[in-house]
Design a protein around this ligand. Sequence first.
Ligand code: CP
Length: 315
Amino acid sequence: MKHFLTINDLTNLDLAVAEAIALKKDPYKFNNIGENKTLGMLFFNPSLRTRLSTQKAAHQLGIHTMIMNFSNEAWALEFENGTKMSGLRSEHIKEAAAVVSQYCDIVAIRAFASLTDKEGDEAEKVIHNFAKYASIPVVNMESATAHPLQALADAITIKEHTKIKRPKVVLTWAPHPKALPHAVANSFTRMAQKLDVNFVIAQPEGYELDPKITKKIPLYLNQEEALEGADFVYSKNWCSYTDYGKVHPTEDSWMLTAEKLKKTNNAKFMHCLPVRRNIVVADDVLDNPNSLVVEQANNRTFSAQVVLKKIVENG
Ligand code: CP
């Protein structure tokens, strides 16, 4: 694997999940593999889990890390070619990516969607330009349209808690006061299509995800109907895709509660975190032993470790 930009960059998801579960049992087994290697971690947006788990994953492989909050510590980047750079942007991506490649062996980048420029977000301006102009592998720590490290951690978590053949997995939209990107939902959807699960999505009208990603997945406008018999329920907000970046007036009734989960097969609850309590999901779900949210966060270390290990092994 050269770059890890989407979950599709893993040639075999099941094998990657199995490898992550093995690493979890023996995290330091390959602690020399990254000797004398450096991972640069560039953040254009905040993070708790991604930053700490990726750093921990690198350390467990013997890889050094350098971290930069790009949005407030680095020069503002210009991405257009042929531009007369007379404005606020002081450094072109061509030099920035080439220079980072002198100091690091791998670069991991977090750069969220603008939610104002659909075309620019879908072009993945930041991460694709780093991949284009850097001479080292690039790892996606959440880009405009994808969060593959989270999706891999979620696949690990589902595998660890699956007790029946072909469990039912429901991704349900949730209310939120802010417009949020589609990255987590997109990557979870891509990932779930690769697992041997019965996967459905529930969302209010107007919140359909990109049809190029959802393909033929059953979509429910009735959340309670979708939840019936579920083994895993993943709750997540996203803004409108068709009316890009907008939050329509919606029913708060889409918040997940313990009462709603009574219709499920004693479902495990999942969320990528951070989560707004009693907006997205009620306390009685998050504080229930069936909540996997902290385990998902723990599995972020092993999803990152598998990805970094594959990149280092690839040379
Ligand atoms: N789930 C996730 O990516 O968390 P952070 O935004 O805190 O990194």
